[in-house]
Design a protein around this ligand. Structure first.
Ligand SMILES: [Zn+2]
Length: 385
């Protein structure tokens, strides 16, 4: 397959979209400037990927330097608006439960397990099943200390390392978007699945996560229907989709048996999706220019915040606070300099100031409806309802 074809469906004429971006940020917040990314979109299957003028060796990034902020405990809240916050790992473990048979012969593998918060959450719900995990980054050191694991592997997933073994459930959480050839990767995972195995996948939902345009190591940008098309082409059938109003989405799939009819691809307008995402990014940049040199507070630790500082559009000295609703981060310093505070605390601090900082919404739009009423008494830029 030549480079110009779609990596996923082989369509001969994908289109290229240029952006005005002049840098990118890795998902663990390392800035790369200058980089001029282009996006390749497929009119046939909807697949979107990043083409960069200075390709980062992503395998090297993950093996050597990747330090995602996730802690050892499940403290990153999935839904911090509910009375009892649910951690991300707990939320995913609850989804996985539907596909688990409580049996010592049930084998579960987590690919790209990070520090092991998900395997721990699954184990606490189903202690009798056998759990294995694999992780290439330095997070493996923490993972390998998890007592709940039967086996743990340091490195990238390869089907050949599991020889004849199959797993009843595999989870692939925030991994697929990092993989250079997602079709081949999924097909390889299929080799360690049997006809009743399930695969639970989470990726960022580009429809809710427009700021992902600047994420250096998210090589693919999926919306629900383009992910389903990729899974179909890789030989899977989608059993269930979860599309929460957050930046992530999940799907559960199983292998399609040979006697099942070929599934038609869903129509996806990759051009419109890219135009919308780049438009949302440009909208935020236009708000940054309107702020001139005023002091600001960022609200939301999305990837766009390090982009604004790393690109020089806003100096870190101008950022007086990073507002974050998540208790996990409050009291810490963003970029080792900027205090991370709750919104109420920020509002209180503003009362004493003659020229309080303006709030710049650096969170994705899917969160704006929830946040808008809370900031209606403040000077806010970038709000879009
Ligand atoms: Zn395609």
């Amino acid at each position: 397959m030549s480079e110009s074809k779609c990596h996923v469906c082989g369509f001969a004429k994908p289109f290229i979209v240029h952006s005005k971006l002049h840098g990118m940020v890795t998902s663990d917040c390392q800035c790369y400037f200058p980089v001029h990314p282009e996006f390749k979109g497929c009119p046939a299957c909807g697949y979107i990927c990043v083409e960069r003028d200075s390709p980062l060796e992503t395998q090297e990034l993950f093996r050597e330097r990747y330090q995602f902020i996730q802690g050892e405990d499940d403290l990153e809240y999935m839904r911090f608006d509910s009375e009892i916050p649910t951690g991300v790992a707990g939320y995913l473990a609850d989804l996985a439960l539907e596909f688990i048979r409580p049996d010592p012969d049930f084998h579960y593998l987590d690919i790209g397990a990070g520090k092991g918060t998900l395997v721990q959450a699954v184990h606490s719900r189903q202690p009798e099943i056998g759990i294995s995990a694999i992780e290439p980054s330095p997070a493996y050191e923490t993972l390998s200390r998890r007592k709940c694991l039967q086996n743990h592997y340091h490195g990238f997933f390869r089907a050949e390392q599991f020889a004849e073994q199959t797993f009843d459930l595999i989870t692939l959480i925030d991994v697929l978007e990092h993989v250079p050839d997602p079709l081949a990767f999924l097909q390889e995972i299929g080799q360690v699945m049997h006809e009743n195995s399930y695969l639970l996948i989470e990726v960022p939902n580009f429809a809710n996560n427009a700021f992902d345009v600047v994420t250096y190591d998210h090589l693919s940008k999926f919306v629900p229907d383009s992910l389903e098309n990729l899974l179909t082409l890789a030989g899977f059938s989608v059993v269930k989709r979860w599309l929460p109003e957050t930046v992530a989405m999940q799907m559960a799939v199983r292998k399609r048996s040979k006697d099942e009819p070929e599934v038609k691809l869903l129509p996806v307008d990759a051009g419109l999706i890219l135009e919308t995402a780049i438009g949302q990014f440009d909208f935020l940049l236009s708000k940054v220019h309107e702020l001139l040199l005023k002091p600001v507070a960022f609200y939301g630790q999305s990837i766009v915040a390090p982009y604004l500082v790393g690109s020089g559009l806003i100096s870190v000295e101008r950022v007086k606070a990073m507002i974050d609703d998540n208790l996990m981060y409050q009291g810490q310093k963003w970029l080792q300099k900027v205090p991370i505070v709750a919104l109420e605390r920020f509002k209180n601090d503003c009362k004493a100031e003659s020229q309080p900082p303006a709030i710049l919404l650096t969170m994705n739009r899917c969160y704006h409806p929830r946040v808008a009423p809370k900031v209606s008494d403040m000077e806010v830029h970038g709000l879009c309802l």
